[in-house]
Design a protein around this ligand. Structure first.
Ligand code: HMG
Ligand code: MG
Length: 332
């Protein structure tokens, strides 16, 4: 075991565990999954600064926003303005920031801006497909198929999310075979990666292992899979550990633990990026992220949102973070 030194804020002792990956990619979703669920509308310039700070903190992938119907998710209705702002400040690199796209209309909007990475998002359950996409489970594929095909023909990279992989607030438990069937169908449309979402945070470690193994049995490899945990029941880090042991090397996380889904009320914050960084650092797994810089970013964003971050690591490292901020009095 070795101790990290030379800094004023603490880091965990490093104690590697045999058999785990040596490097992990953190896929940052705070600007999208985090801000889509905020009641207060965050100004576009603040969102742009949030994305820039996350990139500066070393996060290798920063999902920026969604090109969904603006009435369905008004929080992200400024998607085009945000990407234009980011193009001004970041130049060509802004085109590599992934954005959510549900359909051809969303793809057209992304193509107009020259974006190179999109993510479609399907549901493993019938009820959530209806609530989130206004489509039946089967009809969602008819929406995604031309979207992914046209995106690939235009040279874009496509990620596919599948939601409600570990349980659904309306349908209860979701059979592993059903998740694998939907996930494979989505992936086979032409995605480069499938992110398995625990949208309402009910999953537990053994379930994670079983799901990853079932996808492998269905012919997928662990480098084609990512895990996306919400932390409703405090299981996210335990679930990451199970994912690492199963060989997964991409984990989604949200700075400060922001997040949720406006179409699943029981979805609370995502796994906090800082909590994930703490775990990975302790395990000696490379991630390339500057913990202090992410904490400072989350404290700054908490000031704008008017409430403290739910991340345990942010609270431990920045105990005096602001409880109120410029949006605290904004109308909901
Ligand atoms: P719809 O109403 O069925 O759409 O919504 P439609 O195809 O019938 O079109 C109706 C009108 O909307 C048309 O306009 C379209 O042009 C317009 P009109 O001809 O009537 O004037 N329209 C659009 N406008 C702008 N951008 C678009 C767009 N699409 C249609 N992209 C739709 C279907 C999928 C669009 C809607 O249900 C929607 O936007 N849903 C998004 C919901 C959402 O964003 N949820 C949160 C993200 S998912 C998530 O958080 C889970 C995740 O984190 C993983 C996890 O945790 O599990 C990823
Ligand atoms: Mg999510």
């Amino acid at each position: 075991m070795s101790q990290s030194t030379g800094r004023s804020t603490p880091l965990p002792m490093v104690a590697p565990e045999a058999g785990l990956p040596s490097r992990v990619t953190i896929y940052e979703v705070g600007a999208r999954d985090g801000l889509q669920n905020e009641q207060a509308l965050v100004p576009t310039q603040v969102k742009a600064e949030f994305v820039r700070r996350l990139l500066t903190a070393g996060l290798p992938v920063v999902e920026a926003t969604s090109f969904v119907h603006p009435k369905w998710v008004p929080q992200l209705a400024d998607a085009a303005d945000l990407m234009t702002d980011l193009a001004t400040s970041l130049g060509d690199a802004s085109r590599d920031l992934p954005v959510l796209v549900p359909n051809e209309r969303g793809l057209d909007r992304a193509l107009e801006l020259g974006l190179r990475h999109i993510a479609v998002f399907g549901s493993a359950t019938e009820t959530f497909a209806q609530k989130n996409l206004n489509r039946s489970l089967d009809d969602q594929f008819a929406m995604f198929e031309p979207t992914v095909r046209r995106a690939r023909d235009a040279g874009l990279d496509v990620r596919a999310y599948v939601s409600m992989c570990f349980g659904d607030p309306w349908e209860g438990g979701v059979p592993v075979e059903q998740v694998v069937d939907v996930g494979r169908r989505l992936f086979d449309l032409g995605a480069s990666q499938l992110s398995l979402g625990d949208t309402i945070g009910v999953g537990t470690a053994g379930h994670v292992t079983a799901l990853v193994r079932a996808f492998e049995a269905a012919g997928m490899t662990t480098d084609q899979l990512a895990l996306h945990f919400h932390d409703t029941y405090g299981q996210a880090l335990s679930n990451v550990q199970a994912g690492l042991r199963a060989g997964i090397t991409t984990f989604d996380a949200s700075a400060g633990g922001l997040g949720g889904c406006p179409y699943a009320q029981s979805a609370t914050g995502n796994l906090a990026t800082e909590d994930l960084v703490w775990l990975l650092t302790g395990l000696g797994i490379e991630h390339g992220v500057d913990l202090d810089a992410v904490v400072a970013t989350s404290v700054w964003m908490a000031g704008h949102l008017g409430r403290p971050s739910p991340s345990a690591v942010v609270r431990a490292l920045a105990p005096s973070e602001p409880a109120g901020g410029s949006l605290a009095q904004s109308p909901a």
